[in-house]
Design a protein around this ligand. Structure first.
Ligand code: ASP
Length: 327
């Protein structure tokens, strides 16, 4: 069925846009990107990085307003989007605690989106339900950026993760990426594995049995010919790992807290663990960490997680500028 005319621009492949990549589009899933799009986004992000280092703030998005709507806790995603908008000269309506908005009175997501788009030019949305960003986009006229939809996706995190890998190791093709921890509920690894499938990579998944990567995702990537292997310990993959992507066990997704308690400390990266990895590799984590990486590891030059969160600012500046037609 063809899309209604008013929705067509959202779902057209990026290259079909008339006024710049991503202009007026939603960012809902990493599946909407091809490699060429990623190179373009990373190029803009590099330019943003240089701009921040030399000037700090510009007025590229002066007069534009971002509604930053968070139904779930966030530190980095929320504040980096706000900082990104302000560094580009725009302003932000910040709704971090929906308890104090009309959501607490029972307002539906579509009505909240309709409200915010009356005031703002772009909406960043974090919501506990998978598919919520897509629903918001169906009901809204302004671009929606998915900042995490439950256990579904976190596309802007995956973009900054890839940008980080490129910055740290100079390439993505040819790498072996090992994802560790909560691969079942961790939306960051769902998006990252999908995005990495555009490259020539080997993916290792290390998780306790109950936190394995969803079968549906494994099948999708298998169908694309991606090399994937599953393990329950790190030992067999340490020597070949170029990127170790550690995740937090997502306590908030467990119905049974005793199941969480049974797996929460399953893997902890210490200086002793790091000694067994290659001398050139990157240790990443979307953060927050709650014990998976010992603080003693922070001084290891391979520990990339704090640089990773800084890169999030530049990637999100690039996305806002592109979605609003200014890059
Ligand atoms: N901050 C990331 C997310 O929102 C990772 C995490 O919470 O563990 O998915």
């Amino acid at each position: 069925m063809s899309l209604p005319v008013h929705l067509q621009s959202r779902y057209l492949p990026l290259g079909d846009q008339r006024t710049g990549r991503l202009y007026g589009q939603d960012v809902l899933s990493v599946s909407q990107f091809c490699r060429d799009d990623l190179e373009y986004i990373f190029g803009v992000a590099e330019a943003m990085r240089t701009m921040v280092a030399h000037i700090g703030t510009v007025d590229l998005l002066k007069g534009k307003i971002l509604a930053n709507l968070f139904y779930e806790p966030s530190t980095r995603t929320s504040s980096s989007f706000a900082a990104a908008m302000e560094r580009l000269g725009g302003s932000v309506i910040q709704i971090n605690e929906v308890r104090y908005s009309s959501v607490a009175k029972g307002e539906s997501l579509p009505d909240t989106i309709r409200t915010l788009e009356s005031y703002a030019d772009v909406i960043v949305l974090r919501h506990p339900e998978t598919g919520s960003a897509a629903i918001a986009a169906q009901h809204g006229r302004k671009p929606i950026i998915n900042a995490g939809d439950g256990i579904g996706e976190h596309p802007t995190q995956a973009l900054l993760d890839l940008f980080t890998i490129r910055e740290e190791l100079g390439t993505i093709d040819g790498l072996t990426v090992t994802m560790l921890g909560d691969l079942r509920y961790g939306r960051t690894v769902h998006s990252l594995a999908r995005l990495l499938s555009l490259y020539n990579v080997r993916l290792n998944y290390v998780a306790p049995e109950i936190l394995r990567m969803p079968a549906e995702l494994l099948e999708q990537l298998n169908a694309k010919g991606v090399h994937q292997a599953e393990y329950d310990t790190l030992d067999p993959v340490m020597a070949e790992t170029d990127v170790l992507y550690v995740t937090r066990v997502q306590k908030e997704r467990f119905a049974d807290i005793s199941a969480y308690d049974a797996v929460k400390g399953a893997y902890v990266i210490t200086p002793e663990t790091m000694a067994r990895f290659p001398s050139r590799m990157a240790l990443m984590h979307p953060l927050p960490r709650v014990g998976e990486i010992a603080p003693e590891v922070d001084s290891d030059p391979r520990a990339a997680y704090f640089r990773q969160m800084e890169f999030g600012l530049y990637v999100r500046m690039a996305l806002l500028a592109m979605v609003l037609g200014k890059a």
